[in-house]
Design a protein around this ligand. Structure first.
Ligand code: ADP
Ligand code: MG
Length: 744
C-alpha cells in the first residue's frame, strides 16, 4: 500500500481495532504433564555450589575463563544458566544418496573411506583436501581449503564414523558426486556417544569475540553433563507435581542438550516458571515483610468532608472509579500500610479518586502528598485540588523546583507545622528540606516517570504511610504483575460517559494544507488546538526547541487571526505556568509546544492535537499526547504528521490510527519495544529474566504468581524448614535486593 493512501480527511470514525479479540486467551494453556521425580533433596550446600567460581570446572583454561567473563559468566551457576539463545534442528538424518537435493543444511552419517589431495595448478591457490565418506548409498566429499584442509586430514581418520551437517551440493566431477564446503562435523567415538554439534537439536549460544560457537558448545555440554545433575531442586515437591514441572537437574541438562523438542519445551517451561516464581515470590515476600515490619495507619473513611466533596462534583463517578475507590478505602481502613497501583487510561479520571482518598487522610488528622512528574502537571493538580478542597476547609500547598525562596520557605514552614493539609509538588517534595508534620498518605502520579527509589523516599517522610501509585500509561497486565508485584492493582477500565473516540489520521507534507484548513474550521467553532514538536523535557536540546520556535513562527503567520502560544522546557517555571493558564482560560487558541505537556494536562476545550514528526515518538508517548484531547464533550482529532522511515515507526503510526484503547496500545508497545525498554527492570531493582518472555509466557507468569501467593499466604516468611532451600534460592535470585527476617 502506498503510504499516501492512508492519509485522509477527518471524516471516518475510527474503524474496529484489528486487535480487538486477540487477547491473551488465545495463547495455548500450560499443559498438564505428569512426570515422576526423585524426592526433593534439601541440600543448601549444593545451592552454594552454584556460587563456586568457574575455575572449579575441570581442565578449564585461563583464556576461557577470561572469555566467559566477557559473557557475564563467572560462577558455575552463571554457566549453567547461560542458556542457549537458539537451537538448530539437526535431528533428521539424510542418506547420502538422496542428499544435495534440498537447499537447506542436511545431516548425514558415514564412514571416512579416504583422503584426496586435489592438485592445485596456480601457485597462490589454497591447498584443497577432500575427505570422502560413504554410508552404503553413495559417497560424499567434505571439502576443505587452506588451513582447514590440513586440519580435516588430522581430525578425520580413515574408518572414523562421522556425522556431518552441511549444505550438500551435487557436483558434476570427481569420484564423489555429492559435496559440501560449509559443514560442521563430529566424530562418533563409539556407538552410544552423545553428539553435541550435529545429528540432534543443537544449542546455539551467545558469543563473544575469539569464542567460536563450536568451542563454547563443547564446553557447555561438558559443564551441563558434569554439573547439571547436581543442581538443587528448590521448588516444593507438591507444587512441581501439580504443575507437571520437570525436575530441575533434568531441566538444566535438557535446556543445553535437549533429547527432543518435547523435552526442550518442558525444560524451558520449567525454567521459565522458576524465573517467574522466584520473581513473584520475592515481590510478595517484600510486601509481606514491609507490612509486618510496621503496622500502618487504620484510617476512617466515612468522614463528612469526603461525602461533601463527592456531592459537590459536577458528575457521577463511573462504576470503575467507584470500585477502585472502594478498594483504596478498604486498604486505608486496614492497619497495614497500603501499596496500591491505580491504573487507568488517560482521561479515565484518576485525579478525583486520589482527591477523595486524600480527603480521608486529612479527615483523620494527617497530611497527604501528591507528587507529579512535571511542574505543569503539579500546578494543574494543585489548581484542581485546591478548587475541590476550598469549601471543605482543606489547605493545599504547592512545592516545586523553581520557586522564589520566600514562597518556598513559606510552603515548607506550613508543611512542617501541619498547617498544610495536602502538599502537591514535583520531585522537589522528596528533598531533605521538606519535612512533614504528620504525613499519612502519599500519591505518586504518572508512576513510570519515577524510580522505585523516589517513591520510597517520599514514603519514608511519614511513618508507615499508605501509598497510592497512579499510572496513566496503562502497563500491560503482565508487566504490572511483574514489575509492581509488590503493589496491589486497581484498574479504572472505563472512561467517563460521553467520550468520543479520537479520530486519528496520518499526514505528510502534502496533506498539511488540508490539515490547517481543518484546524481553522475547529478554531472557528471555538475550540483550541495543540501542535507538538518532538523530544522530551529532560533532554530538550536547543535544536529541538528551535523546531518548536520555528513552528511557532510559521503557525503565527498561517493562523494570523488567532492567538498562537509557545511552550517549551527552557522557559522559566513562571513563564510556563503563565502560558498554561492562558491556554486554560482560552486566551490562547493554538498552543505550540514541545512534549512538556505530554502527561496529564487537562484542557477539555482543546480538541485537536497535531503531532509533528510523529514517527519519532514512541507509542506510549503518542498515546499520552493524544490523550490531551478527547477530554470534553467535543468530537476530537489527532493528526500524526510524519514520514516513517522504519517498519517499527510505520507500525507505531498504524497502531495509533487503528485504536485509541490504551491497553491495546500498551500491548503493541510491549511487542515492538520489549519489556526491558518500557520498565527498565534494572532501574526497578528486579532480578533479570534470562529465559522468560513477558510477551509469550503470560500463562506461565500467571500460574507462577498464583502459586507464589498461595505459598506466601501459607508461610509468609518462608520459615518452615521444608522451605529452607527455597528461601535461600529466592534470596540468591534477588542478590541482596530482598531482605527477610532471619529464621531462628
Ligand atoms: P487521568 O486519569 O488521565 O488523570 P483526569 O483525572 O485528569 O484523568 O480526568 C480527566 C477529566 O475527566 C477531567 O476533566 C475530570 O474532571 C473528568 N472526569 C473525571 N471523572 C469523571 C466522571 N466520572 N464523569 C465525567 N468527567 C469526569
Ligand atoms: Mg492524570
Amino acid at each position: 500500500m502506498l503510504y499516501d493512501e492512508r492519509q485522509g480527511e477527518f471524516d471516518l470514525p475510527g474503524e474496529d481495532s484489528p486487535w480487538a479479540d486477540s487477547g491473551e486467551d488465545d495463547l495455548p494453556p500450560v499443559p498438564e504433564v505428569s512426570i515422576s521425580y526423585p524426592p526433593a533433596d534439601l541440600d543448601i550446600e549444593r545451592l552454594a555450589g552454584a556460587d563456586a567460581p568457574i575455575t572449579s570446572v575441570a581442565r578449564i583454561s585461563e583464556k576461557r575463563v577470561e572469555l566467559l567473563r566477557k559473557l557475564g559468566v563467572t560462577t558455575l551457576g552463571d554457566c549453567l544458566e547461560n542458556y542457549p539463545r537458539d537451537y538448530l534442528d539437526r535431528t533428521r538424518m539424510t542418506r547420502i544418496g538422496s542428499a544435495g537435493a534440498a537447499d537447506d543444511a542436511e545431516t548425514v552419517q558415514g564412514r571416512v573411506v579416504r583422503h584426496v589431495d586435489v592438485p592445485v595448478r596456480r601457485a597462490k591457490a589454497p591447498k584443497v583436501t577432500k575427505v570422502i565418506i560413504y554410508d552404503g548409498t553413495a559417497l560424499a566429499a567434505l571439502v576443505g581449503f587452506g588451513r582447514r584442509a590440513g586440519y580435516l586430514k588430522v581430525s578425520l581418520h580413515v574408518d572414523d564414523v562421522v556425522v556431518v551437517t552441511g549444505k550438500f551440493k551435487r557436483s558434476q566431477r570427481g569420484e564423489a558426486r555429492i559435496e559440501a564446503t560449509t559443514f560442521e562435523y563430529e566424530v562418533l567415538s563409539d556407538e552410544d556417544a552423545e553428539l553435541v554439534h550435529t545429528g540432534r537439536l543443537v544449542p546455539v549460544y551467545r558469543l563473544t569475540a575469539d569464542m567460536p560457537q563450536r568451542a563454547l558448545r563443547t564446553f557447555m555440554a561438558r559443564v551441563a553433563n558434569a554439573h547439571g545433575p547436581n543442581v538443587p531442586e528448590a521448588l516444593p515437591e507438591d507444587l512441581r507435581r501439580r504443575r507437571g514441572l520437570m525436575h530441575r537437574p533434568q531441566a538444566i541438562r535438557q535446556i543445553h542438550l535437549p533429547e527432543s523438542s518435547e523435552a526442550l519445551r518442558l525444560a524451558r517451561e520449567r525454567l521459565v516458571f522458576e524465573e517467574f516464581f522466584l520473581l513473584q515470590l520475592g515481590l510478595l515476600l517484600r510486601k509481606e515483610s514491609n507490612e509486618a515490619a510496621q503496622p500502618g495507619i487504620a484510617f476512617r473513611t466515612d468522614g463528612d468532608k469526603a461525602n461533601r466533596l463527592r456531592a459537590a462534583l459536577p458528575f457521577q463517578l463511573t462504576a470503575a472509579q467507584e470500585s477502585s475507590l472502594a478498594e483504596i478505602e478498604a486498604d486505608m481502613r486496614r492497619d497495614a500500610p497500603m501499596s496500591r497501583l491505580l491504573q487507568g487510561d488517560v482521561g479515565s479520571g484518576k485525579t478525583i479518586v486520589a482527591g477523595i482518598a486524600l480527603t480521608h487522610a486529612v479527615e483523620n488528622g494527617l497530611q497527604g502528598a501528591i507528587m507529579a512528574p512535571t511542574e505543569i502537571l503539579a500546578e494543574q493538580h494543585y489548581r484542581t485540588l485546591s478548587t475541590l478542597f476550598e469549601s471543605m476547609d482543606i489547605r493545599a500547598v504547592l512545592v516545586k523546583g523553581d520557586m522564589p525562596a520566600a514562597a518556598r520557605r513559606e510552603a515548607t514552614e506550613m508543611i512542617a507545622s501541619g498547617e498544610a493539609d495536602v502538599v502537591v509538588g514535583t520531585h522537589a517534595l522528596i528533598q531533605d528540606s521538606v519535612e512533614f508534620a504528620d504525613l499519612g498518605f502519599v500519591v505518586t502520579d504518572e508512576q513510570h516517570r519515577f524510580g522505585v527509589m523516589q517513591r520510597a523516599t517520599l514514603r519514608s517522610k511519614g511513618h508507615a504511610v499508605d501509598t497510592l501509585v497512579m499510572t496513566a500509561t496503562p502497563i500491560p497486565r503482565t508487566l504490572a504483575l511483574t514489575a509492581y508485584g509488590d503493589l496491589t492493582l486497581s484498574v479504572i477500565d472505563e472512561l467517563p460517559p460521553g467520550r468520543k473516540p479520537i479520530v486519528t489520521k496520518q499526514f505528510t507534507d502534502s496533506g498539511r494544507d488540508h490539515l490547517y484548513r481543518f484546524v481553522e474550521s475547529q478554531l472557528k467553532k471555538g475550540r483550541q488546538t495543540y501542535v507538538i514538536y518532538p523530544l522530551i523535557e529532560e533532554s530538550e536540546k536547543l535544536e529541538d526547541i528551535q523546531a518548536a520556535v520555528e513552528g511557532h513562527e510559521q503557525l503565527s503567520l498561517r493562523f494570523a487571526d488567532w492567538r498562537v502560544g509557545l511552550l517549551h522546557g527552557r522557559l522559566r517555571g513562571d513563564e510556563k505556568s503563565d502560558i498554561m493558564q492562558r491556554f486554560h482560560r482560552h486566551e490562547i487558541d493554538v498552543l505550540v509546544s514541545t512534549t512538556v505537556i505530554e502527561v496529564g494536562v487537562d484542557v477539555p476545550n482543546a480538541n485537536v492535537m497535531v503531532i509533528e514528526h510523529a514517527d519519532r515518538f514512541g507509542l506510549a508517548q503518542l498515546h499520552q499526547l493524544r490523550g490531551r484531547v478527547g477530554r470534553g464533550e467535543h468530537e476530537s482529532y489527532c493528526a500524526l504528521v510524519g514520514w516513517p522511515k522504519s517498519d517499527d515507526a510505520r507500525r507505531r503510526l498504524d497502531v495509533m490510527a487503528a485504536t485509541t484503547d490504551g491497553f491495546v496500545i500498551a500491548e503493541e508497545d510491549l511487542k515492538i519495544r520489549g519489556p526491558g525498554e518500557i520498565l527498565g527492570t534494572r532501574q526497578a531493582g528486579l532480578p533479570d529474566l534470562k529465559l522468560a518472555s513477558l510477551v509469550t509466557d503470560i500463562r506461565v507468569l500467571e500460574a507462577a504468581r498464583e502459586d507464589a501467593s498461595a505459598l506466601v499466604l501459607a508461610d509468609p516468611a518462608l520459615a518452615s524448614p521444608s522451605h529452607a532451600l527455597l528461601r535461600e534460592t529466592v534470596l540468591r535470585a534477588w542478590g541482596g535486593k530482598l531482605r527477610l527476617a532471619s529464621v531462628g
